[in-house]
Design a protein around this ligand. Structure first.
Ligand SMILES: *Cc1c(COP(=O)(O)O)cnc(C)c1O
Length: 373
């Protein structure tokens, strides 16, 4: 059996090596390292793939969040509602801009924020909501968009883990992750569902004006060269990363299906294991399984048991944001987000990637079952 990895980037690369190597060589030969036709080409292809008007490249997912907050004109002191159970980048970008992150507890089944929990946190100073489509499944965007409209709030989707996940609104309209709010953010970090060979990110929007501002903020506040309309940042996707992404975009649906097949294998194997809570599928959203995350009371023991047998697993995330030292000044305390606090003790993400074969999956589930037997 091949060694089991949390993420098998090498195995994935070897299958498309020829195409990727050629495209990288083309970039080197053309010396279009930053900006250039290759980056434009990838963005246009991604726009078509997602059916969104604008894909705006940037340096990474964290930058995408920060640039979005800047482009929407959020000001120091403005409140922004973010989940307490997510990766820090979401709240970090807000804090760096002097915004006040207001931590919203998540739903135990979906790991995402819901409209009723958000609504309880809205004040006069609230300007935006950041739903994070955690682990690859969309938050309840129908209710969140209606709530945002009612209170005139911006919605910045954090789609760093959920790129391409479809969603169905109550009226039957189809949406896709990151393209439903005012702006969506994604990351092309190597281990993400669409990953490059370094850092990369993008923002999605259907709003032409906002697209111009996002482009300007990402480029030193500049539309005409050396004319700076606003204070911006320098955040770019480079040509080599765009070349890799343009090749992998064509395989993204296949990659998603491979993840979903692995998830189904886990689901059916754990159906009769009472001590495990499997990921709950939302009725309105596809799940692209960035992570397959179970919940169990005996999380730490299970993790150690698996490690001894050569099976990696990870805790995403061990400390909810409202209890991180970095946010000690935010006024939140233990007990403020009880679901997130409980999840932090119970979640365990199992190996999930595009290259898992049946033998590996069988080995993982039989060991998990042995532990609980
Ligand atoms: C990965 C990730 C980010 C940050 O993306 P980077 O490209 O690493 O900056 C932000 N939010 C979530 C939920 C993520 O998973």
């Amino acid at each position: 059996m091949r060694r089991i990895e949390m993420v098998d980037l090498k195995g994935q690369y070897l299958k498309i090596k020829k195409e990727v190597d050629e495209r990288i060589a083309d970039v080197i030969a053309s010396a279009a390292f930053v900006k250039g036709a290759g980056v434009e080409l990838f963005c246009r292809n991604m726009e078509q793939f997602l059916c969104v008007k604008h894909v705006i490249p940037c340096g990474n997912g964290t930058d995408a969040l920060q640039i979005s907050m800047m482009a929407l004109g959020l000001k120091p002191g403005d409140e922004i509602i973010v989940p307490s159970f997510t990766f820090i980048a979401t709240a970090e970008a807000a804090a760096l801009l002097g915004l006040k992150p207001v931590f919203c507890d998540v739903d135990e089944d979906t790991f995402c924020i819901s409209a009723d929990k958000v609504e309880a946190l809205i004040t006069e100073r609230t300007k935006a909501i950041v739903p994070v489509h955690l682990f690859g499944q969309n938050a309840d965007m129908d209710a969140i968009m209606k709530l945002a409209e009612k209170h005139e709030l911006f919605v910045i989707e954090d789609a760093c883990q959920s790129v391409s996940a479809r969603y169905r609104f109550a009226d039957g309209r189809e949406g896709v992750s990151g393209c439903m709010g005012h702006v969506g953010c994604t990351s092309f970090f190597p281990s993400k569902n669409l990953g490059c060979f370094g850092d990369g990110g993008a923002m999605f929007t259907n709003d032409d004006n906002l697209a111009n501002v996002l482009r300007s903020v990402a480029n030193h506040g500049m539309e005409v060269r050396y004319h700076h309309d606003r204070v911006g940042v320098n955040s770019r996707l480079d040509g080599i990363q765009a070349a890799v992404l343009d090749v992998k975009l064509r395989y993204l649906d296949d990659y998603t299906r491979a993840r979903q097949r692995a998830a189904e294998f886990y689901d059916s194997a754990f159906m009769d294991v009472e001590q495990i809570k499997c990921p709950v599928r939302s009725a309105d959203s596809a799940h692209v399984f960035h992570q397959y995350t179970i919940q169990t009371e005996r999380r730490d023991d299970l993790k150690a048991f698996l490690a001894e047998r050569g099976i990696p697993s990870m805790v995403y995330y061990p400390i909810p944001l409202h209890l991180q030292k970095a946010f000690a000044g935010s006024g939140f305390k233990v007990g403020d987000c009880p679901v997130s606090e409980r999840l932090a003790k119970r979640v365990l993400s199992l190996p999930m990637h595009t290259e898992l074969d049946e033998e590996q999956l069988e080995f993982i589930v039989s060991n998990v079952k042995d532990f609980f037997a």
